[in-house]
Every structure is written in C-alpha cells, then in structure tokens.
Design a protein around this ligand. Structure first.
Ligand SMILES: O=C(O)C1=C[C@@H](OP(=O)(O)O)[C@@H](O)[C@H](O)C1
Ligand SMILES: C=C(OP(=O)(O)O)C(=O)O
Length: 445
C-alpha cells in the first residue's frame, strides 16, 4: 500500500526569483494531537486549521474506530466528540496509520493505557520503522504485545491495560513520539507518570495536556533536557484548538527563497515554538535574511510572518544539541548547504536513519546524483557548498515526503533540472506543496 498507487515523478527547474505571500498548512504534530486529545475528552473539541494530510487523516480514522465521532465542517475545521480518558472502545478493524510514525506511536500510548486490543498497521515504510522504543515503556506500564512482525514492528496487535502502572521513564533516544506515548498511557494511570529526557524534544503534548486541563509540570533536566510529570486520570475539558502553520512545511518555501536569486517572499503565521525553530536559527547563522514580522500568539503558540529574501549563505557547524529542534529539516538544510560557500557540518543525525526512509542515506544519494560534494562521517553529514549546485539528477524518494520536497527545492536554483521519482508521499504532510510553490513562481514539469 502506498500514498499514491503509481509513482508520480516531477522535475523542478531553475526559476525566476520567488515572490508573494503564502500560508503553509497546519502543523502536523499539533494536528495529530488535537484529534487524539479530542478522542480522550468527553464533549466537543473544535479544531481549526487542521492539516488535512494523509498522515493526520489516518489518525482521524483511528479516533473514529476507538469510539470518537469525528466530522469535517469546513476547510481545516473539524469537530471531535470524544469518549474521555478510560472510555476507549475496542476497534472492530485494524488501525491503519499509512506512512505516519507520529500517529501510530502516539496511539500505541493511548491503547496501552486502556483495556482494549488493537491491530496497528501501516505502509511499507512504516512497517520498517522501530516500534520497540515506544513499546518497551508501554510494556512496563502493563500493555502486552499479542503478536508483531520481527522486532516489534508493524503489523502489531497490542493489548492495553485498563489499569496502567504509572512509571518514571528516562528516554534512551531523543524522541517526542516516545515521550508522548508514555504520557498518553499515563493519562489513565492512577498516579504520577514521569518522563525524563536528556535532550528536550518538541513539547506539543505537554502544552496540549495543560490546554485540556490536565496537571502537568515541566522542569529543566541537565544541560539540554526536561523532566515532565503528569498526574493521571484527569477529567479532560474540551477546549478549541487553532493549529498554527507548520514550521517543518514552511522550511521548503523558506529555503527555496534563500537559494533562488531575486526572491522576496512572506510566509504567514509560522509557528515559532522554540522546540521547532532550529532550522531558522541555523539559516540565520549561515547569513539567511529571515525577518520576523508581526510576532504574536495564535492558538497558544508564538507565530510570526517570515519575510525571506535571497541571501549569500556560508557554511556553518550545526551542534548535535540542536538536532531535536530541527529533526525533520535536515534534508532541506542539506540543500541550503549546497548553495552556501564553505562546509556545513551537521552533527548528531543518528535519528535520521529511522524516519520514513534512512534520510542520511537518501540525502547523501540525492546530493551525489546532483553533483554536490559531501561526506557522511558516522552520524554527521558534511556538505561542501560551492554557492551553486550542478543538479541534473533524478532522486529516489523512498516513500519519504521530505526527501521529495527538499530535492524539488534544489531544482529551483540548480544549474540543471532536478527530478524526483515520486511526489505521491508529499500528500502526507503538505498536500498543497506544488500549488503553493508554483504560486510563488516555482517551475515544475
Ligand atoms: O512528536 C511528533 O509529532 C514528531 C516527532 C519527531 O519524531 P521522533 O519522536 O521520532 O523524533 C518528528 O520527526 C516527527 O515528524 C513528529
Ligand atoms: C518523521 C516524520 O514524520 P513521522 O515520524 O510522523 O512519520 C516527518 O514528518 O518528517
């Protein structure tokens, strides 16, 4: 099963300066969570600005199978009537999460903390991804794996516990999905569930717990970490969610404008949550002209309109500690690095190997196909930028939306066109990518 039944290739070619104002779709992380919190709340949760991408639609369908009524009332406008913490229904058929790590792993946490059994499945990419990182703490909370593919992979049958054990869990990998799964299971545990992170990851679950009335505290832990403590069995209260624009999607027009001569664009309402702005910090260090206009609070998150102009970029070193705040942005940063002068060294990219594809390998292959000098040293990626990229390659996307979008961006400024073998998976996170980019003047064929 794939997002598109047959691959849809596309080529990007050298474009005139990008111009105009755009808004990218709602944040994927917050969209998944808004549906899941709607499921776990009795009463009606109204969501605006929901990302209507395939990943999030799969989560909506799973919420229905677990007992919620989920309806679309307009573009990005959704209503969820949930069952409340402890009230999950046993699903009558498998929960199919398609390409989505976030949806599947967060819902494993929800199921683990309820006395129901559910089958989790996904596409060929999701079936390859490690699930034991999430299942290990959930098993210690009382869940059981009834059956699974090798190594706890999907397809998987998970039996939850009606009376989960509150635990203290130190996450061995920097992963918001692992943290969130434990906290979601802990919602139905009688007592305090604690998650300790050595490196703090995106905090959308913690913020949403507070937004829905749970008692949760977050304290610093070590130099870069966090300690999160949740009181179990709250009565969550419905509260509307306004989903801000996704910084991980904004990254594509942003880098496109920086590398395409003559560009001057505005990207509206981009979420500026500090746990997500590592790319913007890095591009500014590289000399990127990114100006925040009208910084404000929308839907409980800092947002800003970003004015981005073509810039002469230079290579920089990206510290490993910054990786969690830009983990999905490395493919497009590698493209920006090709157009910079000098070497950009990106440290600590181990987690890229377990995304929709092995992104470290996929990015390296894409750079090679387009004549960009680079090296993978352990878990670090070094790109030797010449201020230009030869292009001329066709990139294998491996069912990975971010690989497809990153290399299409490269093609807008490369000497020769850049092709990607399949754009079908772009619909998982940014279904309007091609029209949004075309509206700015990007040339695709
Ligand atoms: O919690 C989330 O919403 C996400 C966490 C990250 O994954 P990891 O938890 O595996 O780092 C990120 O890559 C993913 O796109 C979304
Ligand atoms: C890694 C990603 O998503 P997920 O883990 O939800 O599949 C992503 O969107 O880049």
């Amino acid at each position: 099963m794939t997002a598109a039944d047959t691959p849809v290739p596309l080529t990007a070619r050298r474009s005139p300066g990008l111009k105009g104002r755009v808004r990218v779709p709602g944040d994927k992380s917050i969209s998944h969570r808004s549906l899941i919190f709607g499921l776990l709340t009795v009463g009606e949760t109204a969501i605006s600005g929901l990302l209507e991408g395939a990943d999030v639609l799969a989560t909506a369908e799973a919420c229905r199978k677990l007992g919620a009524s989920v309806t679309r009332t307009g573009e990005g406008a959704w209503r969820v009537n949930g069952v409340g913490v402890g009230g999950l229904a046993a699903p009558a058929s498998a929960l199919d999460f398609g390409n989505a790590g976030t949806g599947s792993r967060l819902m494993m946490g929800v199921v683990a903390g309820h006395g129901v059994t559910a089958t989790f499945d996904g596409d060929a990419s999701l079936r390859k991804r490690p699930m034991m990182r999430v299942l290990a703490p959930l098993l210690s909370m009382g869940a059981e794996i009834v059956s699974s593919a090798e190594g706890g992979r999907l397809p998987l049958v998970l039996k939850g516990s009606a009376d989960p054990v509150p635990i203290t869990y130190e996450t061995p990998v920097p992963s918001a999905q692992v943290k969130s799964a434990v906290l979601l299971a802990g919602l139905n545990a009688p007592g305090r569930t604690t998650v300790i992170e050595a490196e703090a990851t995106r905090d959308h679950t913690e913020r949403m717990l507070t937004h829905f009335g749970a008692s949760v505290s977050v304290a610093p832990h070590g130099a870069h970490g966090a300690r999160i403590v949740l009181d179990g069995r709250p009565d969550l209260r419905p509260n509307p969610v306004a989903v801000p624009a996704d910084p991980s999607s904004a990254a594509f027009p942003l880098v496109a404008a920086l590398i395409t001569p003559g560009s001057d664009i505005v990207i509206e309402g981009v979420m500026m949550n500090p746990s997500r702005t590592g790319l913007i910090a890095t591009l500014r260090e590289m000399g990127g002209d990114i100006v925040e206009l009208d910084r404000r609070i929308e839907g409980g998150e800092d947002v800003a309109d970003l004015r981005v102009r073509h810039s002469a970029l230079v290579g920089v070193e990206v510290p490993a500690a910054r990786a969690p705040s830009m983990i999905d942005e490395f493919p497009v940063l590698a493209v920006a690095a090709a157009f910079a002068r000098g070497t950009t060294r990106m440290n600590g990219l181990k987690e890229l190997r377990v995304k929709e594809s092995d992104r470290l390998a996929a990015v390296a292959d894409g750079l090679r196909a387009n004549g960009v000098e680079h090296e993978v040293e352990g878990d670090d990626l070094l790109v030797s930028g010449l201020g230009r990229a030869p292009g001329g390659g066709v990139v294998t996307t491996h069912m990975d939306h971010r690989i497809a979008m990153a290399f299409l961006v490269m093609g807008l400024a490369a000497d020769a066109p850049v092709g990607v073998d399949d754009t079908g998976f772009i619909a998982t996170s940014f279904p309007s990518f091609v029209p949004v980019m075309t509206g700015l003047g990007a040339l695709f064929d």
